[in-house]
Design a protein around this ligand. Structure first.
Ligand code: HEC
Ligand code: HEC
Ligand code: HEC
Ligand code: HEC
Ligand code: HEC
Ligand code: HEC
Ligand code: HEC
Ligand code: HEC
Length: 439
């Protein structure tokens, strides 16, 4: 059997444009024992048709463990995604889907999928694309369609399709051939909702078809979404001492240790994954990215986490989350260093809540009572400034403080938040004095 499969592969290699070297031949032979003849067919034909996919797959742990195309892409005939759009299976008893939902990964990685489903990433798409949720009216109908989309007859959802959805995920819809529509796919957004009901996206941090943990452990795996004016986490990281060390020597570190065995010594400073996800010391790995958080640092007002439903902005357990985060630090810092760091950072959140957010909200309520707010918040300088204050500057002020990025805590943060507040106060005073909204 082994010899037969190897032979098949030698034939495959000769016809392949990719596998020219002896090295890759050895790799291939080692890889393919244990894969069924049907599975071999997928590999052989796709070697010619989509060589990039095969090259990636060959490098993966999956290939080495005998997990192939068939294990991830075939679905039951009864699945909503059951299709025969691949010419290799047309007319056969086999059904494949281009979509591979977390439900499929869960057949072999149940724990990771279960953990991921409990964290904030899993609400990415639903919180604003599902009409049942409050974000739908404000963000999808309001911001995306009415304002950014200008109710354009064809392009009304353009801002969602090219922007929001690529980070947040979509609610995938299928066409008559059971293939995902262009309005909803491709995306690698974190909260993708699949037609089989599964929620989440496993290629967000370890991309297909290599599915490497080494990739997910690097800051780049988060930086494609956690950047920019409203959540500049990669910029904050680069500004921090940890980012300084990573940028100076991170290319020389070891990212390939087995799951749970990636420890100081492999690296000198933590990456995003180290603090938020990886096992370190006695702390085990988690795919629930809300598990080690204390505050909610993206909301208008920051409260301590105390929720169990992933749709709840406060999902997590604040005190336990803080305890786990401190456990991460304790691998490299003393208790005094860690305690003092959080004593430096937490008051920045309190300051933001009480002197900025609460003050701005008081003014907004008073203006609303007197009918001194425009109906369109995006064309009203007061409301627009308020939005920037909490959503951009105020997040930078809070997240900069808690991840040790002084330029974001200060110049891009509290300094600009202060300027927003003063601008709002000026507008507020003018409107209250004149009883009119300025042009
Ligand atoms: C570990 C699971 C897994 C294995 C094994 C696997 N795939 Fe995939 N494949 C995926 C995922 C996940 C996607 C992304 C689909 C999505 O967005 O839902 C994907 C996407 C694809 C696509 C669409 C890619 C594009 O960019 O258009 C093709 C075609 C495909 N896979 C073929 C294969 C073939 C051929 C093999 C065997 C060499 C294979 N896959 C093995 C999980 C897998
Ligand atoms: C005889 C060649 C051949 C065989 C065998 C074959 N495929 Fe394909 N497959 C293709 C081609 C060609 C495409 C279309 C690629 C494109 O659209 O660019 C395709 C497309 C796909 C797609 C995407 C389907 C879609 O809706 O666009 C998946 C997933 C896939 N194949 C998986 C598999 C799996 C799993 C097997 C083994 C059970 C397999 N293929 C066997 C040639 C083959
Ligand atoms: C049929 C079982 C099976 C399915 C389905 C499956 N995997 Fe795996 N996966 C494995 C095995 C086996 C390993 C290798 C474990 C080892 O090397 O110890 C693995 C390893 C991994 C790793 C670790 C890779 C590394 O660098 O060490 C990741 C990440 C991963 N899988 C992600 C996924 C994702 C995402 C999906 C769904 C798209 C998926 N797997 C589907 C069986 C599966
Ligand atoms: C594809 C884009 C994307 C990538 C990549 C990504 N995230 Fe996220 N992340 C999001 C989105 C979108 C949200 C907000 C989800 C929501 O609340 O709707 C989020 C939220 C979070 C939150 C807050 C969760 C909460 O409960 O409020 C944390 C922490 C986080 N991500 C950490 C990470 C880390 C660490 C990585 C890398 C290992 C990462 N993310 C990779 C898009 C991404
Ligand atoms: C570059 C990636 C990216 C884009 C584009 C993006 N977001 Fe986000 N969004 C995020 C991240 C990351 C967070 C989490 C912020 C944090 O934890 O500080 C987030 C948070 C949110 C939240 C707060 C979380 C919640 O559960 O309520 C909402 C609402 C939101 N985004 C809606 C949108 C909408 C609507 C769009 C498009 C008009 C959009 N986002 C565009 C990445 C993105
Ligand atoms: C936000 C980024 C992110 C997403 C999304 C993500 N992973 Fe991971 N994954 C990681 C990181 C980081 C590690 C490495 C943890 C460590 O250092 O050991 C990892 C490790 C793994 C491993 C190796 C075993 C382990 O638990 O350490 C498997 C298997 C895995 N992921 C499967 C999945 C599956 C299945 C999904 C989809 C539900 C998924 N991942 C989604 C970041 C992510
Ligand atoms: C040294 C550890 C550490 C590193 C490295 C780190 N973080 Fe954080 N992160 C934290 C801490 C601590 C908090 C605040 C947790 C709390 O007390 O609520 C935080 C908060 C966050 C939040 C805000 C969640 C919310 O409630 O809005 C996001 C998003 C986030 N981190 C993403 C990232 C990303 C992406 C990276 C890498 C670019 C990263 N972090 C690197 C420790 C770290
Ligand atoms: C893998 C080891 C490691 C982990 C884990 C780690 N750090 Fe660090 N950290 C370092 C190193 C190394 C430095 C640089 C020390 C120097 O400046 O000489 C540093 C620097 C710092 C600094 C800058 C001040 C200083 O002493 O240089 C702060 C603040 C900090 N870390 C906080 C934290 C917090 C908070 C956590 C946990 C959320 C944490 N670190 C986790 C290794 C780590």
């Amino acid at each position: 059997m082994r010899i037969l499969l190897s032979l098949l592969f030698v034939v495959g290699l000769v016809t392949s444009a990719y596998a020219g070297t002896v090295e890759s031949a050895v790799k291939t032979l080692k890889v393919d024992h244990g894969i069924s003849p049907e599975g071999q067919k997928c590999v052989q034909c796709h070697q010619e048709k989509t060589p990039g996919i095969i090259a990636d797959w060959k490098m993966s742990r999956h290939a080495h463990a005998g997990v192939s195309c068939i294990d991830c892409h075939t679905v039951d005939k009864g699945s909503p995604m059951a299709a025969q759009n691949c010419p290799g299976v047309k007319g056969s008893e086999m059904y494949v889907s281009i979509l591979v939902s977390p439900k499929t990964c869960a057949r072999c990685h149940a724990q990771e999928v279960e953990q991921a489903s409990k964290g904030g990433h899993s609400r990415g798409a639903l919180q604003y694309q599902d009409p049942k949720n409050p974000g739908y009216k404000t963000f999808f109908e309001g911001l995306v369609r009415t304002h950014e989309g200008q109710n354009h007859p064809e392009c009304v959802e353009s801002s969602n399709i090219t922007g929001c959805m690529q980070c947040h995920g979509s609610i995938i819809k299928l066409d008559e051939n059971k293939r995902p529509t262009f309005q909803t796919w491709p995306t690698y957004g974190v909260g993708t909702v699949y037609p089989d009901g599964a929620i989440g996206n496993c290629v967000t941090c370890h991309t297909r078809h290599t599915f490497k943990i080494s990739e997910a452990r690097k800051p780049a795996a988060c930086a494609s979404c956690h950047l920019g004016p409203d959540h500049p986490d990669i910029e904050i990281y680069n500004n921090s001492k940890h980012g300084h060390i990573f940028n100076a020597e991170g290319t020389t570190w070891n990212y390939d240790s087995a799951p749970g065995a990636w420890q100081p010594g492999d690296y000198r400073a933590p990456t995003c994954a180290t603090c938020h996800m990886s096992g370190i010391g006695d702390l085990s790995t988690t795919h629930n990215i809300s598990e080690r958080l204390y505050w909610n640092l993206w909301a208008g007002r920051s409260e301590v986490r105390n929720g169990t439903d992933p749709m709840d902005p406060l999902v997590g357990n604040g005190p336990e989350g803080r305890q786990k985060m401190k456990q991460v630090c304790s691998n490299c810092h003393t208790a005094l260093h860690t305690e003092s760091f959080f004593k430096q950072a937490d008051p920045q959140v309190k300051l933001y809540n009480e002197s900025y957010y609460d003050e701005a909200l008081k003014m907004k309520k008073a203006l609303a009572e007197k009918g001194l707010l425009k109906e369109n918040p995006w064309a009203d300088t007061f409301q627009n400034t308020f939005y920037h204050m909490w959503h951009h500057e105020g997040r930078r002020m809070r997240q900069g403080a808690l991840m040790g990025g002084p330029d974001y805590a200060h110049w891009h943060g509290v300094f600009e938040t202060m300027q927003d507040l003063y601008e709002m106060q000026n507008i507020y005073n003018k409107r209250m004095e004149t009883g009119k909204i300025e042009d």
